[in-house]
Ligand binder design. Structure first.
Ligand code: NAD
Length: 508
């Protein structure tokens, strides 16, 4: 059922849909247009973090399965069934693909909600509309990718052609399973490449359905392959593969650095890295609307359970408004996100992705307490949700930027408020991090806003808002947040390479 028709489902409906879907989960890999078991026969469990129950035993792809999938993708690329068809034909297939994602929104929403605990309301309001937008935007770009004829020597014509790369390996995280996969596969496919996708092992279910829908839309076999499995085996084999022209990776900075090594150890493949963040929001005392700013700060850290690469986790507040900011944050933020059953459309906070994450986040909270930050609320798990990997929204005040909670990516619902005195100190604190993914600036002074936009070291800067944007906006980081740019035409172009053709003309 399409997005428009599922908006008003209630919990009972979602539960019965989820029960039906759970009975027939596809667990195999998807290679060369067919579902196949892993060659070695291995399996791994995917768990529902809301209740700890095993959803399915998935086929565990390893090196030999990656080899098979890359070989299928290479064959499909060389055959030209996708790479050499007319751009508008590729565009039409991608449009059909986007429509099929919409048509199957109900099933896709349930798969990610069961697998990683995301509230179903977020799947409907955020993830799936963005997935559809991404496929449509990249489809629209197919015949807008242009080469050029440069202005050169009168006895020559110089053309620069844009060509696809070949086989693109995509390695994705679990926090927005379908969306992060689509940010990769949509531009890669639109540019004419073929793809092998290795989804995160915590959320393997929906990728297979995505690949099936691509074929249902008319995508040829072998163009979009999915190999589920662990990062250290399947992911590594993909990144080391000599027939892979590019690895498009989204995940932790630690693994991003490994991807660079694998590229160097193998065929010098291109890499596109989208990694971690510790994004600052700077609240100047002249900000236009404190009420709105605090509301945005709450959304910016607690939505998606804080499992957002660009989460505004460091809230830098000008000392004259510090007390009022914290007071308002406590009043509004403490109960704004309530843990609940993710399939309930009224739930806005699900569990973290697994118990390991829950323990890691609780450990970070302990470090905040022991290093002297003031715990204003949260700091524990909800007592009535003990069966799942839940952590309550948490607020620390009086944080200094050298505390662990201000330096390390927590990837959970934990906000840290750091006081500062004046714009210079704010910028110094904001930039004092290895990361540089995103930042927020709140001020009424246009000159100060522009000054801060220039001085901040981040790939995405929001002024008097946080997390707004559309498909035209390049999304990616500075420093150790990576160097790729998702969404936008720059992303589409990054899945192509240029070829220069210099043609010498003879007279007459
Ligand atoms: P992760 O790095 O643990 O895993 C990401 C992917 O890499 C998974 O598919 C995993 O199986 C794979 N992987 C792990 N080890 C590997 C290896 N040795 N070789 C090849 N692949 C390997 O990250 P995660 O926990 O899934 O995701 C959370 C991280 O992702 C956070 O740091 C978050 O900030 C980041 N993230 C960044 C963006 C962005 O756009 N910048 C978006 C979403 C998430």
């Amino acid at each position: 059922m399409s997005l428009a028709s599922i908006e008003n489902h209630d919990l009972t409906q979602w539960q019965s849909i989820a029960d039906g879907i759970s009975q027939q989960l596809e667990t195999r890999l998807f290679v060369d247009g067919k579902h196949v078991d892993a060659i070695g026969g291995g399996r791994f469990a995917t768990i529902n973090p809301h209740n700890g129950e095993t959803l399915a035993e998935m086929s565990e792809g390893k090196q030999e399965d990656i080899d098979l999938a890359v070989s299928a993708a290479k064959h499909a690329f060389k055959s030209g069934v996708w790479s050499k068809i007319a751009p508008r034909e590729r565009m039409e297939t991608l449009y059909r693909f986007a429509r099929l994602v919409d048509k199957n929104a109900e099933e896709l929403a349930v798969l990610d909600t069961l697998d990683m605990g995301k509230p179903i309301a977020d799947m409907i309001d955020v993830d799936l509309p963005s997935v559809i937008d991404t496929i449509q935007f990249m489809a629209e770009g197919v015949d807008k990718l242009e080469g050029s004829v440069t202005n050169t020597d009168n006895d020559a014509i110089h053309m620069v052609l844009r060509e696809p790369l070949g086989v693109v390996g995509c390695i994705s995280p679990w926090n927005y399973p379908l969306l992060m996969e689509t940010w990769k596969i949509a531009p890669a496919l639109a540019a004419g490449n073929t793809v092998v996708l290795k989804p995160a092992e915590q959320s393997p279910l929906s990728a297979i359905r995505l690949a099936e829908l691509f074929m249902e839309a008319g995508g040829p076999a072998g163009v979009f392959n999915v190999v589920n499995g662990y990062g250290e085996t399947a992911g590594k084999a993909l990144a080391l593969h000599n027939d892979v022209a590019k690895i498009s990776f989204t995940g932790s900075t630690e693994v991003g650095k490994l991807i660079l090594q694998y590229a160097g150890q193998s065929n010098m493949k291109r890499t596109g890295l989208e990694c971690g963040g510790k994004s600052p929001q700077i609240f100047m005392s002249d900000l236009p609307d404190l009420d709105h700013a605090v509301g945005s700060a709450i959304e910016g850290i607690y939505s998606n359970m804080g499992e957002v690469c660009s989460a505004g986790s460091r809230l830098l507040v000008d000392r004259p408004i510090y007390d009022e900011f914290v007071e308002q944050f406590i009043a509004k933020g403490q109960h704004a996100f309530q843990a609940g059953e993710p399939l309930d459309p009224s739930t806005n906070m699900g569990p973290l992705v697994d118990c390991e994450s829950q323990q890691r986040v609780l450990g970070m909270i302990e470090s905040g307490k022991s290093e002297g930050a003031t715990l204003h609320f949260g700091g524990d798990s909800p007592a009535d949700m003990a069966q799942g990997a839940y952590v309550n929204p948490t607020l620390f005040g009086d944080v200094s930027n050298d505390m662990t909670i201000a330096r390390q990516e927590i990837f959970g619902p934990v906000a840290s408020v750091i006081p500062f005195d004046g714009a210079d100190e704010a910028i110094a604190i904001a930039n004092d991090t290895i990361y540089g993914l995103a930042a927020g600036i709140w001020t009424s002074d246009i000159n100060r806003a522009l000054r801060l936009v220039k001085d901040i070291e981040a790939g995405v800067v929001w002024v008097n808002n946080y997390e707004d944007g559309d498909m035209t906006q390049p999304f990616g980081g500075y420093k150790q947040s990576g160097h790729a740019r998702d969404k936008c035409m720059e992303s589409l172009k990054s899945y192509t390479q240029s070829k220069s053709a210099w043609i010498r003309l003879t007279s007459g």
